[in-house]
Ligand binder design. Structure first.
Ligand SMILES: O=C(O)CCC(=O)C(=O)O
Ligand SMILES: [Fe+2]
Length: 298
């Protein structure tokens, strides 16, 4: 009982500190161009904004794509068809400048800082290939991410994504009532994630919003606020995931898999010389200008 009261007090205190910090930081938020404000307003309102690389027009995009497309052929070379649950193949590419630098473009950071309302922690980048599956598991189940109060992911599609490639899918915030939200929370607490059949009984499939799109589609999503998953697919899907929270996040221990050894790094042989960074090893977080970024051992 005392622990319970202690926990409640701690959580109230931390909520109060969070709100105070947001209020204080509100005066320091960077100004945005009108087109970037459209992105911010849409993430604030809906928890999501969908655009594409051309529309964003960032200078480092061609380097990002050259690097991603040179690494993709080395992924998913095993025979994956034999199992009903094929987990994705993920490369940590956080310490490769072509990937890292795209995700720290100042315009992106300014949008994200305005959204999160606090100094930003940029946790890193995954290059990811998802395979055909017949059963829902891991992020194919409906869930909300739990690393922080706001978790902003930028997802870039590297191939055309139709229904058969398993697009990102979510339930619009405005279509979930309080009682539905309560039932969803309980199911996630009990099961970790919800399959399509179970969610359909709480929020009908007609309300779900799938996000197909051509290669180059860019999805800004607050994966904490929106109930989401990757749809079951019959064909491969290749993507990049860039991940940001406030600094420090509420659960920093859950944010390390963008730079620690949870997933492999690509095996860079001579062909990939231009991708190599002089600094390779993930070491934690440091402050750089307005933002907190992972640091790498020299
Ligand atoms: O695979 C997807 O589209 C969603 C992955 C996911 O749930 C996440 O990165 O938070
Ligand atoms: Fe997620």
């Amino acid at each position: 009982m005392f622990t319970n009261v202690g926990d409640k007090f701690f959580s109230l205190r931390s909520e109060l500190d969070y709100r105070t910090s947001c209020w204080q930081h509100g005066k320091k938020l960077p100004k945005l161009a009108a087109s970037d404000r459209v992105i911010l307003d849409s993430i604030k309102r809906d928890g999501i904004h969908i655009t594409n690389l051309t529309e964003l027009g960032l200078n480092s995009t061609s380097q990002l794509l050259n690097s991603a497309y040179s690494l993709l052929p080395s992924m998913g070379t095993a025979n994956y068809r034999s199992s009903t649950q094929n987990p994705p193949e993920i490369y940590i590419v956080t310490d490769l400048p072509a990937f890292y630098n795209w995700g720290r473009e100042q315009r992106l950071f300014n949008i994200i800082e305005n959204y999160i309302g606090l100094p930003v922690a940029y946790h890193g980048v995954h290059l990811r290939k998802d395979f055909a599956n017949t059963e829902q598991f891991q992020t194919l189940l409906w869930h909300r991410d739990i690393e922080d109060r706001r978790v902003l992911k930028i997802i870039v599609y590297l191939n055309d994504v139709e229904e058969k490639h398993g697009p990102f899918e979510y339930v619009p915030i405005s279509l979930i009532s309080r009682s539905q939200a309560y039932r969803i929370k309980r199911q996630i607490k009990n099961l970790g994630g919800i399959d399509d059949q179970t969610l359909n009984k709480i929020v009908p499939k007609s309300a779900w919003k799938s996000c197909p799109g051509p290669a180059g589609t860019v999805i800004f999503a607050d994966t904490r606020r929106i109930l989401h998953h990757g749809t079951l697919r019959t064909e491969e899907r290749s993507t990049l995931f860039f991940v940001y929270t406030a600094n420090p996040p509420k659960r920093p221990e859950l944010c390390t898999h963008y730079w620690d050894n949870t997933y492999p790094r690509p095996n860079l042989n001579r062909e990939f010389d231009e991708l190599k960074s002089p600094i390779r090893e993930g070491m934690g977080l440091k402050e750089e200008g307005r933002a907190i970024v992972p640091v790498f051992a020299e």
